[in-house]
Design a protein around this ligand. Structure first.
Ligand code: PLP
Length: 385
């Protein structure tokens, strides 16, 4: 038997191999150092299990309150949803609902998704035998609304759902959900918005950071938006795991419920059974603690640093693919994979885009100006500029 002290020493060794957000070298992650208040909560809620909410009624109340707060942030006074493991589970959950509703129509399920959709939708497709039709992007790298409209008109009555993105993984783009909503209403089609990243950014984005002629509306104020993925463990600053799925109202629960004979409740709606309440309590605490003003400050700081990155890029003739919509910058590169490997050798971790030849930097709260300065100099060395 090993002594606790020895075990902790050994664990420290492993943990020491990990990268640290505060070093500012993690430039490709949508997660960040959780808000410091999380530490105490981890301990307090360590043994909570929302898979059996009758045993943890207090934590369940917190979850309902968090969903209510997120609902309010997304212009919905009557929301229903869960704080779950992440954006992947949230998107799969929404696809379960689209499939169930569509099944009533007794034909194959067809869902329209943009080229920018996160790969979690591919997992949902495999699991549920869904049929997707990929909608191309327009020159701003958002879903081509004209193509979408024509496609739906050519396939009247055959489309079950549309996925729209509010904060795409690669470029941070926001689909024109206002226009998509008008089309969906006319044809009675369900819209699921993947706001895993943008959900905790756009509501706090000051007007001065919004691009002209760009539509940032994405929430329940738009017709036919019936569900939204919004992840506290990304820009919400909550510790992992804390993803969010929010539906327009409780009527969507019946599409998710499965009989649960041995629990304190007779049914279960979430994909995961046993699930921790840590994310719920932490999200509740951070949202209460920061409030809209706190999040606004964090988002503003990330946007300022995003513009700073673009400015520093220009000094070395690096170009961004688009003017940043949110706090993500895609840097044009003729060989992004090779450049990202060279950067990794020098200790910088960032990823590449699929939809365009570019490197991608997510300017999360842990990315500061001094990190940007050092990063740009290293990038310039790698590209011999
Ligand atoms: C837009 C979007 N949706 C969903 C996900 C999946 O989230 P998670 O990794 O928390 O499952 C991501 C992850 O980066 C994302 O960017």
């Amino acid at each position: 038997m090993k002594k606790e002290r020895e075990i902790l020493e050994e664990l420290k060794k492993y943990r020491g191999m990990d990268l640290k957000y505060e070093d500012g070298r993690i430039l490709g992650s949508m997660c960040t150092k959780p808000h410091p208040i999380s530490r105490k909560i981890l301990e307090m809620f360590l043994d909570t299990n929302l898979g059996d909410p009758g045993l943890f009624p207090g934590t369940k109340m917190l979850e309902e309150e968090v969903i209510r707060m997120i609902g309010e942030m997304l212009h919905n006074r009557n929301p229903f949803g869960y704080i779950i493991s992440g954006g992947t589970e949230a998107n799969i959950t929404a696809m379960r609902v689209v499939k169930k509703i569509g099944k009533g129509r007794k034909r194959d399920i067809y869902i329209l998704i943009p080229e920018t959709a996160h790969f979690s939708f591919e997992k949902a497709r495999e699991m549920m035998d869904l049929n997707y039709r990929t909608i191309p992007l327009d020159k701003r790298y958002i879903m081509d609304v004209k193509y979408l409209k024509d496609y739906i008109e050519d396939n009247r009555g055959k489309i079950d759902g549309i996925v729209a993105i509010a904060g795409s993984t690669e470029l941070g783009t926001v689909d024109n959900i206002l226009e998509i909503s008008k089309i969906a209403r006319e044809h009675n089609i369900y819209i699921h918005v993947d706001g895993a990243f943008g959900g905790f950014v756009i509501p706090f984005l000051e007007e001065k950071y919004k691009l002209e002629g760009y539509n940032y509306n994405f929430d329940f104020s738009l017709d036919n938006v019936f569900s939204i993925t919004v992840d506290p463990h990304k820009m919400g600053l909550a510790p992992i795991p804390a993803g969010g799925i929010v539906f327009r109202d409780i009527s969507f629960k019946r599409y998710l419920d499965v009989e649960a004979p041995y629990l304190t409740e007779t049914s279960q709606a979430t994909l995961l059974g046993t699930r921790t309440g840590i994310g719920v309590a932490a999200t509740w605490a951070i949202m209460k603690h920061l409030g809209a003003e706190g999040y606004r400050e964090i988002v503003s700081q990330c946007m300022e640093n995003t513009y700073y990155l673009v400015k520093r890029m220009k000094e070395y003739s690096f170009e961004s693919v688009i003017d940043p919509v949110l706090n993500i910058v895609a840097i044009k590169d003729d060989n992004p994979l090779d450049t990202s490997l060279k950067l990794r050798e020098r200790g910088w971790y960032l990823s590449t885009c699929r939809c365009v030849e570019a490197l991608r930097v997510v300017v999360m709260p842990h990315v500061k100006r001094e990190h940007i300065d050092r990063f740009i100099e290293t990038l310039a060395q790698c590209k011999k500029r």
